[in-house]
Design a protein around this ligand. Sequence first.
Ligand code: UD1
Length: 422
Amino acid sequence: MDSIIVRGGVPLHGQIPIAGAKNACLALMPATLLSEEPLTLTNAPRLSDIATMKTLLESLGAEVTAMAGGRVLAMSSHGLTTTRADYDIVRKMRASNLVLGPLLAREHHAVVSLPGGCAIGARPMDIHIDALTHLGAEIELRDGYLHAVAKGGLRGARVPLRFASVGATENTLMAATLARGTTVIENAAREPEIVDLAHCLRRMGARIEGEGTATITVEGVDRLNGATHPVVTDRIELGTYMLAPVIAGGEVECLGGRIDLVAAFVEKLHEAGVEVEETATGLIVRQNGTRPRAVDVVTEPFPGFPTDLQAQMMAMLCTAEGVSVLEERIFENRFMHAPELMRMGARIEVHGGTACVTGVERLRGAPVMATDLRASVSLILAGLAAEGETVVSRVYHLDRGYEELEKKLSAVGAQVERVRAS
Ligand code: UD1
């Protein structure tokens, strides 16, 4: 398995281009299943999770062609061959469950494997099931698979979500576009990736109002057409690279960055004394000489502080001045990076869903192990602040969500190098 070696203590200067959002692309790709006409996505990120979704769609009979080095995905679902999403693919990635809503809407039946356990918590599917049941689907769990049928097609309805789940909102939104009548999703998730999905579906002819608010209204149509849609900027990649100069010192412009995508996060950076400037081309982050101040963070659904930036923020707070309290409210068991950061000299105490970080002046390089996608990158960030060499192993997690990480960080002066397993 590959590992990444980081030699810390070098201030960063330059620009980092931010890719299209992995999580938006993973929801946009299954939208192809809703139409017989082609759907083309531009600004797609080049990541292994996107390759997994491609494989899944192809296994259903869709055609997915990656062009322009993977930046453009041309998809067509005119001839689906099956409505069964197999465990072998679904187990690799939870977002595979996003084919359920579209398949039910278009084909009126689907068999989708349950995603199985995930390192960051139980992540059940009850909200998805409840929502699609409101739209008239009958869903049974047999042999580890969800067997879903909508006799005569889905029917629009009022769909209250018990929690503003991102995936359940996306599945329901896609399903509702082809349902008969009006659907009102209440307590909908408001993430930018959902807004992006709604924009794409509207380009395909769907009738949607209220995306980005807690109530989304969808007027079902008989069919959707083809479209071309650019994937929104990845706010998590953006936030991750914005933290790099805060940790290592220096000044970096994240190209394509927008404050509205990361407002709650930027508010915390300001509170920590970090300078963030919006330019015509992106966001500039500056940290010259001084240590950032400790801040308290609570993760919440959008527009709150994103859980997907919690590990990276913790890496930054390890060398901040003072004591920070981080509360994780979205996933249980999402502090697996804490013991690894402690191996680098961080002072962290974890009690259930709360972590208390006492900032130290300096971290020290150490061999550490990546446990999930965001945890992995937090260890790389911490390595930028550490004295000596940090070796992060099991970095395959990183390739799921960060394209060319070594290249992007090296371009701004970081000493980061991948060692390929022989
Ligand atoms: C998406 C993101 C993920 C991010 C998460 C929260 C994608 C591909 N992934 O994941 O990176 O961390 O949003 O912002 O977009 N839950 C239930 N029952 C359900 C569904 C969810 O209890 O049926 C719980 C989960 O266990 C979790 C919480 O709700 O504790 C949030 O999950 P959800 O918003 O659905 O996240 P995902 O869509 O899986």
